[in-house]
Design a protein around this ligand. Structure first.
Ligand code: ADP
Length: 473
């Protein structure tokens, strides 16, 4: 069994772990974001330096052009200054250039710059024959640094895309996780609410099966299930107490009938004994024997009445056994028969002896039929008829208890199985009889149904499963 403190503890731990995981996730995301921005800033700085290389090389080419088309003797000197600056920057940026163009690309660029410098020196020394080669070389050099710049731009765009995409991806991830957790939790909450509704309805009807119908094993579900089980156990205990209380009420109601039933044999004993005392001298031995036999018979009749009453009032739980409905009804009628005939009620019994057996507790089933017969008795005026009919219906054995009494209106009919519902005056009704019957029939795996017409009468039908051929006791 899981106790409340334990469950709350594990629940708190779960909430704490979820919050911790969320904080860690946010810290990780922010760290990655910060790292991306820092890397992006560094790339922009490098890009600036690549730009410097490109513009230095372009300057070099501008002075080279000036020298060739508008002979300016200083131009070549300026060109060499810019070329040196560009080369220095290229050397400084070696790791970054290697990263983009590979070691081979870097070395080609260095070689191009050196070759170009040599060509410029040749031009400066008056070798006009290298002019065209110098221009071609210069163009190639500009192209390769432009390519370097373009590739770097590409890398920066990719990094920018990543930076822009990352918050969106994180937001989407958080939204999806929240939605999933919400849907998951909402389903669980709905499942639990449904369970509470079904279990409460089931328990109210005495059907404790519904308590098992929550399959989840999380602490809240386990807690709810065990709370319902505890409630069912307590209700069971109360139900037992109610059955006992109702039994006392039934005994009270039966008293006049039983007193009458005891009175008859006692009167007979007394009369026979008186006669014997008065006429003892004249009586033959055979007559004395007959009269003593009568006394013994009457005493047995009285002690059977007492035994029946003791059986019914005994507070003991017996295991369910094979029972014949014929026997259940006959023994019950023995308890209430006198009461019914005193009130002028005619009993018509049609319960064949050969009906299939049912599995049950004689004690409880007697209580069911005593309550039904006494209710019928109270609903009828003298001259009323109580019909008891036993029959099979598929796998069920059904007993119809029909009276020709006052019947019930729809409102009464809808409430008769509620505990403490009664239309009888104080002292006459407790409102427990039918609710107890309902519980007992449920415990036996059966059903109880009622049909009633106001002013015409009522039929209660009790159906219990018959014992199959292969079933053992
Ligand atoms: P109680 O008999 O103590 O009132 P029950 O639970 O046995 O408690 O019955 C509840 C109510 O159902 C009765 O008060 C009565 O109104 C109605 N009832 C039960 N059986 C009959 C019947 N055979 N005919 C008419 N009404 C009945």
């Amino acid at each position: 069994m899981i106790c409340l403190g334990e469950s709350m503890h594990s629940l708190k731990l779960k909430v704490f772990l979820v919050i911790l995981a969320f904080i860690l996730f946010m810290l990780l995301t922010m760290g990655m974001y910060w790292w991306n921005i820092a890397a992006f800033r560094e790339r922009l700085t490098i890009m600036d330096e690549f730009h410097d290389v490109v513009s230095d090389i372009l300057e070099t080419r501008r002075y080279e052009k000036n020298f060739m088309f508008y002979p300016e003797p200083n131009s070549l000197g300026e060109a060499l200054v810019y070329l040196d600056r560009a080369e220095k920057t290229v050397v400084l940026l070696q790791p970054k250039i290697v990263e983009i163009m590979g070691q081979g690309g870097y070395e080609t660029l260095r070689a191009d710059i050196s070759a170009y410098r040599k060509l410029l020196h040749s031009l400066a020394n008056g070798d006009q024959g290298v002019a065209i080669k110098t221009r071609q070389h210069g163009t190639r050099m500009v192209e390769s640094v432009q390519a370097l710049l373009n590739r770097k731009k590409h890398i920066i765009h990719d990094a920018l895309d990543r930076i822009l995409f990352m918050p969106l991806a994180v937001m989407a991830l958080i939204l999806i996780s929240i939605t999933m957790v919400y849907v998951w939790q909402a389903r669980k909450v709905l499942e639990r609410l449904n369970y509470v509704q079904r279990a409460a309805e089931g328990v109210a009807k005495g059907d404790y099966e519904a308590i098992q119908h929550l399959s989840s094993e999380d602490p809240i579900s386990v807690l709810m299930r065990s709370a319902f089980r505890r409630m069912a156990d307590q209700l069971d205990a109360r139900q037992e107490q109610l059955i006992e209380a109702r039994k006392l009420v039934s005994i009270g109601t039966l008293t006049s009938g039983i007193a009458h039933e005891l009175n008859n044999p006692l009167n007979n004993v007394s009369l026979t004994a008186d006669t014997m005392l008065e006429d003892l001298e004249e009586l033959s031995e055979a007559e004395v024997r007959e009269m003593l036999g009568d006394i013994i018979d009457e005493t047995s009749r009285a002690s059977e009445v007492v035994r029946n009453l003791l059986d019914f009032s005994r507070d003991e739980q017996r295991p369910m056994t094979h029972l014949s409905m014929f026997k259940v009804i006959s023994q019950t009628l023995r308890l209430v028969g006198n009461q019914l005939s005193l009130n002028g009620i005619k009993v018509e019994k049609d319960v064949p002896e050969n009906l299939p057996d049912i599995r049950g507790d004689m004690h409880y089933l007697q209580q069911v039929f005593i309550n039904l017969f006494l209710n019928a008795d109270q609903a009828m005026d003298p001259g009323g008829v109580l019909r008891i009919r036993g029959r099979t219906e598929g796998e069920m054995l059904c007993v119809d208890v029909t009276d020709t009494g006052c019947g019930m209106d729809k409102k009464t009919l809808s409430r008769i199985f509620d505990p403490f519902f009664t239309t009888k005056p104080v002292g006459k009704g407790t409102g427990l009889g039918l609710s107890i019957i309902y519980g007992i029939i449920k415990k036996h795996g059966g059903v109880i149904d009622v049909q009633s017409r106001e002013g015409r009468g009522t039929t209660f039908t009790v159906c219990l499963p018959v014992i199959g051929d292969k079933e053992e006791v």
